[in-house]
Design a protein around this ligand. Structure first.
Ligand code: UDP
Length: 381
């Protein structure tokens, strides 16, 4: 349980546990409003999972590829006020047993799959496959996928990739996961429908530096090792870690997926011709290969004769590794609900971000939610 939080003699208005996007944004908004903040992080660096590491001068997305995209002008202006963004557009390619397909599912994909050249022909093909499958009201990811793009695409580009990514059958996963991806009847390989998209010029660390400029931070400190002490230092706590850990796992452990990265430096200028190549069959144990330099083609490092790639392996989370993705299935939703109810009773603690809200957030959603929380909960008790 959270320890007593002193209010009278507290040195800080906010103790922010975790310096990822939620924590850093909250600190920024609070500091702008004249509040005194301390941000602590157990890692040796700030920025949570958007942190980039310099390898051969290339900004390596150490905790997985991050592509900023949003339709929220306020959020876009906010992040651009710290660092300008480039015009990177995510257009991943899928490799299924050596054959390449464009993503997201669009006319290029339909042509590569079936040889169809018109939207009407692609729609007819999907409709026919949907009909054959007998799905009327999709109840899980498999049914949702078939009804969106038909059985062929489901079996080639979705089924095995999703099983690798989530370690669960597509029939056991919620349909919203696949609804993240656009389906288009145009020849448009842009992975996102959002109005704004890009990568911070000079890498994500510039964004983190901007958000946390002038704010007191401490790295390499474990909140849980001495939570009474930390709680006593501030009037309010912003907690961005795992909500189940915060409450001592009293309702059991929530499940997460973790990602392991095998990163290599290669003596080639251009390894795969794209930042993201998904491997959608079980033949490869990894889900995708990221070639980091392609996120920043305007950067001088782009021309050099070396490149850095990361293979991503997705496995079940256990103690001692980093939690990445909440597993939003029915079982975990039930457990999370109990933690959420308990969190509501903690008037001096704000829970925010992917881990504390147990939600598959994109970066812009995290910032938007944080802005909303700040507006609603910024009253110091
Ligand atoms: N997905 C898929 N095939 C792909 C890419 C994505 O089946 O080639 C599915 C998969 O279930 C994944 C979901 O779509 O978990 C969402 O993909 P997204 O790229 O949004 O995942 P993220 O980048 O957040 O890992």
């Amino acid at each position: 349980m959270a320890g007593t939080i002193q209010t009278k003699y507290s040195h800080y208005d906010y103790l922010i546990v975790g310096s990822g996007l939620y924590g850093a944004t909250f600190a920024n908004l609070a500091a702008k409003a004249g509040k005194k903040c301390l941000v602590i992080d157990k890692r040796t660096q700030l920025g949570g999972n958007i942190y980039c590491e310099d390898v051969e001068g290339i900004h390596v997305h150490k905790y997985g590829a991050h592509i900023f995209h949003t339709s929220n002008k306020k959020v876009w202006d906010f992040v651009n006020s710290f660092v300008p963004f480039n015009r990177y557009t995510n257009s991943p390619v899928a490799n299924f047993r050596g054959k390449l397909f464009n993503l997201p599912f669009n006319m290029n994909t339909f042509y590569q799959m079936w040889g169809v050249t018109t939207p009407a022909a692609a729609m007819a093909k999907i409709e026919q496959q949907k009909k054959e499958s007998g799905v009327t009201e999709p109840k899980n990811l498999e049914e949702q996928a078939i009804s969106l793009v038909g059985r062929d695409i489901y079996e080639t580009l979705i089924k095995e990739y999703t099983e690798k990514q989530w370690g669960r059958k597509c029939t056991e996963l919620p349909s919203f996961i696949i609804k993240r991806l656009p389906v288009r009847f145009t020849f448009d390989n842009n992975y996102f429908n959002d109005a704004y998209q890009g990568i911070p010029i000079g890498g994500y660390n510039r964004l983190v530096d901007g958000l946390l400029a002038g704010i007191e931070t401490k790295t390499n400190v474990d909140y849980f090792a001495d939570r009474e002490k930390w709680n006593g230092m501030a009037k309010k706590i912003v907690f961005t870690g795992k909500i189940d850990e915060f409450f001592g796992y009293k309702f059991g452990k929530l499940e997460y997926r973790t990602v392991r990265f095998e990163t290599e430096t290669l003596d080639v200028q251009n390894f795969q011709g794209n930042a993201v190549v998904n491997y959608t069959s079980h033949d490869e144990p990894f889900t995708r290969i990221i070639e980091h330099k392609h996120f920043e083609p305007e950067n001088p490092f782009y021309q050099q004769s070396k490149t850095v790639i990361s293979k991503e392996y997705s496995t079940e989370w256990h103690d001692g590794v980093e939690p990445f993705y909440p597993v939003n299935d029915a079982k975990n939703a039930e457990v999370y609900k109990k933690y959420r109810e308990l969190a509501e009773t903690q008037s001096k603690v704000i829970f925010g971000g992917r881990l504390a809200e147990y939600k598959y957030y994109d970066m812009d959603d995290v910032i938007e939610k944080c802005m909303k929380d700040w507006e609603e909960k910024n009253v110091i008790f």
